[in-house]
Design a protein around this ligand. Structure first.
Ligand code: FRU
Length: 469
């Protein structure tokens, strides 16, 4: 352990010990930082039966700062144990931040791949083509708790020449006896792409190919992910720089997926880009394959560079959380997301009704609305967050956009939809995830209600309200 590691560890542990746990908006079933700032999920995996979720973590400031990896473990993806920070920015090749990356489980060992960020200081740097380094780094672990020496595997010189210095977020998988790594990148002509590397031994990597849309699509792709499920292949990417009519009333940056026709490692074509989530707070999702074969995805319930809204928890010393883990499935070409089934064991039925329900006093709950007829669906959460289907579109909107209201500055998000059959609302102390039509569309938002209230109006529909205990 060098002095940097030692001091960062002491300071992190101290600020975690001193953290104020009393804020009423602290989440109960969603992962959040012990203190400070959280962004992307990293290194998600199930290793020797235990689930691991690492996160981009800046404990010293709720508005972000130098990034390290925080670490949670769980037996069931609901009750998580905080294990402390796992990786600190303590080497010359990652001193500007231990940026995002992934876990590979192979040969009974855990391999963590991440981007070591370095930012140099000089007023002349544009930080696109000069002034930064993006290093690909590997760390191994025998037990998932103790991590070995960091090894720098690649630097910007090892990446294709037409890329800027923005190359990051390695996601690694294995096919037969070859390992593949996908990273997000920005080309020198400002186009977002994903680049694929290949290795036989997990340490020596060579550039193999790239994945891009047919027409330039955004200037940067972050956190790419390749998913194979139910015979479908998906390329997920968090895209910066989408403008124009299609993207108005949307978030600053987007997270979505292309259905891959053909072979991502050979001849392929990317289908239309669809958003993972149509709400206000969703970015940088990552998936992993659980030991039972399920594909589980977790996203960051937040949004970078977003000036419109300001989460009030920053004054309580923390900000942001993860989405609840979601199972990904593909049915008849439609990608569906549903909360992991482990949640069922935590649900206690409180009330059943038809057409309408009014509840108060439950901060953490699930409401299931089934058999919706003729598009009749409207719900109000905490008096200020409205979910409504009208004129062929589903809306999530706040009654008030004031920074001091439940919205903390959020306005409206919507998505055209052919019809509505069912809705599943998963609410926590300061978040709501809304799964529509068996999870074909999802809307996620943070919100800060004064009262824990829910009203649902859906003529003839069967409504079930569960407390999550
Ligand atoms: C996405 C991202 C990643 C990067 C990380 C840094 O939110 O910008 O591309 O690795 O966050 O925290």
């Amino acid at each position: 352990m060098n002095v940097m590691t030692r001091d960062l560890k002491h300071l992190t542990e101290r600020i975690e010990r001193e953290a104020d746990m009393s804020c009423r908006f602290r989440e109960k079933i969603h992962l959040m930082p012990p203190v400070g700032w959280l962004n992307d999920p990293n290194g998600l995996c199930q290793f020797k039966g235990v689930y691991h979720a690492f996160f981009q973590y800046s404990p010293f400031c709720a508005d972000g700062g130098v990034k390290m990896w925080g670490h949670y473990t769980s037996e069931n993806m609901i009750d998580w144990n905080y294990q402390g920070a796992a990786l600190y920015p303590d080497q010359p090749f990652d001193c500007g931040g231990v940026y995002s990356g992934s876990a590979l489980v192979d040969n009974g060992r855990m391999y963590l791949y991440y981007t070591g960020n370095v930012k140099l200081e000089d007023k002349d740097y544009d930080y696109i083509n000069g002034g930064r380094e993006a290093n690909t780094v590997l760390v191994e672990s025998e037990d998932g708790i103790h991590f070995g020496r960091k090894k720098k595997l690649m630097g910007n010189r090892d990446y294709p020449e037409d890329l800027t210095l923005h190359v990051r977020d390695p996601k690694v998988w294995k096919e037969e006896d070859t390992f593949y790594m996908i990273q997000g990148a920005r080309t020198k002509d400002d186009t977002g792409v994903a680049v694929i590397f290949e290795s036989r031994d997990k340490e020596n990597w060579v550039y193999r190919s790239r994945v891009a849309a047919e027409k330039p699509f955004g200037y940067m792709w972050e956190c790419p992910d390749y998913i194979e499920k139910d015979g479908a292949r998906l390329l997920s990417a968090s895209v910066q720089g989408l403008n124009g009519e299609d993207w108005k009333d949307r978030n600053v940056y987007q997270s979505g997926y292309f259905i891959v026709e053909g072979d991502i490692l050979g001849e392929y074509r990317l289908g239309e880009y669809r958003l993972w989530d149509y709400g206000f707070d969703y970015y940088a999702p990552q998936s992993f394959v659980a030991e039972d074969g399920r594909v589980v995805q977790i996203g960051w319930m937040g949004m970078p560079d977003c000036e419109d809204y300001r989460n009030p928890t920053t004054k309580d010393g923390w900000q942001h959380c993860f989405t609840f883990p979601r199972e990904i499935s593909v049915k008849a070409g439609r990608v569906c997301q549903t909360p992991v089934r482990e949640l069922d064991r935590k649900k206690k039925l409180v009330k059943k009704s038809t057409g309408q329900i009014k509840m108060e006093g439950y901060p953490v709950y699930e409401a299931d609305i089934e058999g919706i007829t003729d598009g009749h669906f409207r719900a109000v959460l905490g008096d200020e967050l409205i979910l409504e289907y009208r004129e062929g579109r589903f809306e999530m909107r706040f009654t008030d956009r004031e920074l001091t209201s439940a919205s903390a500055g959020r306005g409206i998000r919507y998505q055209e939809m052919d019809g509505i059959r069912n809705v599943r609302i998963l609410a926590d102390a300061s978040s709501a995830e809304v799964f529509i039509n068996d999870g074909e569309s999802v809307f996620t938002t943070r919100y800060y209600p004064e009262k824990d209230k829910l009203l649902v109006e859906a003529e003839d529909a069967r409504i079930r309200f569960y407390e999550i205990v």
